[in-house]
Design a protein around this ligand. Structure first.
Ligand SMILES: NC(=O)c1ccc[n+]([C@@H]2O[C@H](COP(=O)([O-])OP(=O)(O)OC[C@H]3O[C@@H](n4cnc5c(N)ncnc54)[C@H](O)[C@@H]3O)[C@@H](O)[C@H]2O)c1
Length: 342
């Protein structure tokens, strides 16, 4: 069991990697707990859930809507949950985002924690205190920063993940290595079979390292004023691809990373061989999927991007594997780059 703590001064979050998820019962109160999950996760793991009321959502991005939040709030009222209550999210990134969001606004904020059940959520979505739901064409338009009391990342839960969900999470794990830790990238490159076989010890090590990377960034810059922006590597294009094409988050980000390393190379800050090493790694794990996104659609989406400031956008470039940097780039220039690769 590996324990990583994120203490932002106001809130403390305990991240337990390699912990058996059923031990969550020792971390929650003995009453006034409601579990939020989705139907898939409930079907596989529901019989071992702690004995509390369960709100089970339709799986997937479609649930990240305000109407769903409204429904959950009404159920919490029905169950008599007040400010002293606790919400336990058991699921992937969607469940964690929804649990974090409702917990931070219900009764102006109540206690919450996660059992994080997908690879994407173990290495990314459940870590760092961001939550959000969608509204209109831009993802995560409504959200808050609030740290869960704890996050359990039990890699044995990943055995039941569908292949594409697993690979989608792998893209974010690889991203964390590419931007800040070349050793993690080496380890991923040298453990192809172990990763595909979902070797629990290997995954515990890789997830721990990835969480350490994200935690160190969040400790320094919880509200994304500086260093945390590095975590958005591949996401400017990735979000546009995800929204328009419906590709899974990790696959969209993987294609976004390909574009980002290409731009880094064209801007003269990344060598061709490092660019190709990133490309090969993403292709090797079959993370690059076909998508349709026209130049006009991209142009429209990028002009609505949350990270845009005036006519520029904070774009994450790669200097070398393990070292990324943020640069303000003209939106027009990015659109031209997109056109040139299309
Ligand atoms: N808040 C953040 O910082 C942050 C960061 C990255 C991503 N996200 C969000 O995370 C979401 C994507 O997360 P995700 O990929 O986990 O999606 P998800 O929660 O939809 O889970 C993917 C699928 O896997 C299923 N599943 C989850 N755990 C399982 C298990 N152990 N066994 C079998 N099936 C399982 C789910 O039911 C779902 O069908 C997106 O909405 C994205 O915006 C948030």
């Amino acid at each position: 069991l590996n324990r990583i703590v994120i203490n932002t001064g106001f809130q403390k979050s305990d991240i337990l990697i390699g912990e058996n998820w059923t031990n969550v019962k020792t971390l929650i109160p003995t009453s006034d707990v409601v579990i939020v999950t989705d139907n898939n996760v409930r079907k596989i793991y529901g019989d071992k859930f702690p004995c509390f009321a369960v709100i089970s959502l339709s799986p997937g991005e479609e649930s990240k809507r305000f109407e769903v939040i409204d429904d959950i709030a009404k159920k919490l009222l029905e169950y008599g949950i007040d400010r002293t209550g606790f919400i336990l999210g058991i699921g992937g990134g969607v469940v964690c985002d929804i649990t974090g969001f409702i917990s931070s606004i219900y009764m102006r904020g109540i206690r919450f924690g996660y059992v994080s059940s997908s690879l994407l959520s173990q290495v990314d979505a459940s870590i760092g205190g961001k939550n959000g739901i969608n509204c209109g064409p831009v993802k995560n338009t409504l959200g808050t920063f609030r740290q869960p009391e704890f996050v359990i990342c039990d890699p044995s839960m990943l055995k039941s993940l569908p292949d594409d969900e697993y690979l989608s999470g792998l893209a974010e794990l690889i991203k964390n290595g590419i931007i800040l830790d070349s050793d993690l990238v080496n380890e991923i490159e040298h453990n192809y079979n172990g990763i595909l076989n979902r070797d629990i010890n290997l995954l515990t090590r890789l997830i721990t390292r990835s969480v350490e990377i994200k935690a160190s960034v969040v400790r320094e810059d919880e509200k994304e004023k500086g260093k945390r922006m590095l975590l958005n590597f591949g996401h400017t294009f990735g979000h546009a691809i995800e929204v328009q094409s419906g590709l899974k988050h990790g696959f969209a980000v993987a294609s976004g990373m390909i574009l980002a390393v290409d731009i880094s190379y064209k801007e003269g800050i990344l060598t061709k061989s490092e660019r190709d090493r990133v490309r090969n790694l993403l292709h090797q794990f079959n993370l690059i999927r076909e998508f349709k996104l026209s130049k006009n659609e991209f142009e429209e989406l990028i002009t609505k991007d949350k990270k845009k400031e005036g006519d520029k956008i904070n774009f994450v470039l790669l200097e070398t594997i393990g070292k990324a940097t943020v640069k303000k780039i003209q939106v027009k220039k990015l659109i031209d780059y997109f056109k040139s690769v299309d």
